[in-house]
Structures are given as C-alpha cells and as structure tokens.
Design a protein around this ligand. Structure first.
Ligand SMILES: C[S@@+](CC[C@H](N)C(=O)[O-])C[C@H]1O[C@@H](n2cnc3c(N)ncnc32)[C@H](O)[C@@H]1O
Length: 206
C-alpha cells in the first residue's frame, strides 16, 4: 500500500488531472489571484502555468514527495516564487491573517479532515481573503448521486481517499465562508460521478 500510495498514485493523479478538459477550468479558477497565495493539495503543480503575474508568492501544501518532483519543470519555467511549505491542509504552519488568497483544485475530495482544513484556510486568510476553488463533489442530480454513494467506497480505496459525495458549497458555507461566485457543471470528458464540479470564489469573513 505504501508503494502504491507514495509512488504510483501521484503519477496516476498527475495523468488524470492533466486532461485538456481541465485546462480551461485551471485558467478560470486562477484568474484574479493576486498577492500572497496558499495552495492546498499542490499535487504536481498543474496550476503553476496559470498563476497570474499579480501573484507575488505561493506557499504550496502537498504531502506527496513524488508530486513535488513531477512539478519541477513547471516550477523552473515559472516567474512566480513557489515554496513547499507544509504537508497537510488541516494543519497550516502559518500565522493568522497571512495570505491574500487561497487556491484549491480537486483537493477537497481527498483531505481526510476537510472541516479542519477549511477552518485553517479561514484562519490564515486575511479578513476578506478569497478562496478560489474548483472541486468535484455531490452531483446536482439524484440519479447520479445514487451512483456516487454506491461507488464511493471503491473510489476511496483506489484514489487515496477521494470522496465522491462531498457537498462542496455547503461545506464552504458551513465553515463560515461566503460563496461569492459559483458555477456548477459536469466536466466534459469525465464520468458524471466524478465530474460534478463546483468552480468559484469563497470569501473569508471580514
Ligand atoms: C486529485 S489531487 C489534485 C492535485 C492538484 N490540486 C491538481 O489540481 O492537479 C489531490 C491532491 O491532494 C493532496 N492531498 C491529500 N491529502 C492532503 C492533505 N491532508 N493536505 C493537502 N493536500 C492533500 C494529494 O496528495 C493530491 O496531490
């Protein structure tokens, strides 16, 4: 299990997350990021080419060493300084009110204690700081939801704890964020059970 989780899964994730269908979503979700940014679930750095030049630095949180290695070329080509700064979104090694913005792409499905991670993001974001997100989660249609509940146990085993049924917008709101913008859609090229995406911006309270 260690070899699969540590060596194989980050490479599988890199391949699955590199599809051409994900690119426009990465562009959209990164649009408007500025200043000091914390990215949780940095993975293999697939968002790096999309960071706007207004971003002054990125603190990357990622447990997988292999993900970080796979990011090397993208990091070398980037003008935005990126530092690996932590391993767990649920325990961020920063002071309160540190960041102007946060970024999370297809990561809230996997973090074991997502409530704790959202509390941490609120803590480290400055008042009014913006969390840009694109996440898959509970589908809007009941027929798809039924399949998501059936398949979730297997999906978690195969994809490192990836949940299919997390209600992303409700969880953000429950954690005290105001969801200022959100677009909910099925991703082209993905099965609906894993492609019910929410893309938007959630704002930390002032
Ligand atoms: C589906 S991948 C998405 C990677 C990347 N955000 C992207 O868009 O390509 C989920 C990522 O969350 C990371 N992850 C898992 N548990 C985590 C945790 N507790 N804190 C932060 N990241 C975590 C995984 O290692 C993986 O890189």
């Amino acid at each position: 299990m260690g070899l699969y989780r540590d060596q194989v899964l980050p490479r599988v994730t890199d391949a699955l997350c590199s599809t051409r269908f994900a690119q426009p979503q990465r562009r959209r979700v990164c649009d408007g990021l500025a200043g000091e940014v914390v990215e949780i679930g940095f993975g293999s750095g697939l968002n790096v080419p999309h960071y706007p030049s207004a971003v002054t630095r990125v603190a990357a949180i990622e447990p997988a060493d292999v993900g970080w290695k796979l990011a090397r070329k993208r990091l070398d080509a980037s003008t935005v300084p990126v530092q690996r700064s932590g391993l767990d979104g649920a325990s961020l090694p920063f002071g309160d009110d540190t960041f102007d913005a946060a970024l999370s792409t297809w990561t809230m499905c996997t973090i074991p204690d997502l409530d704790a991670a959202l509390r941490e993001l609120r803590r480290v974001l400055k008042p009014g700081g913006r969390l840009h997100f694109v996440e898959h989660g509970l589908a809007p249609d009941e027929s798809v939801q039924r399949w998501q509940h059936r398949l979730e146990p297997m999906n978690k085993r195969v994809f490192g704890g990836c949940h299919l049924t997390r209600p992303i917008v409700d969880l953000l709101t429950g954690a005290g964020f105001t969801v200022a913008e959100v677009d909910v859609f099925y991703e082209e090229g993905s099965p609906k059970v894993a492609g019910a995406n929410s893309l938007g911006v959630a704002v930390s309270p002032c």
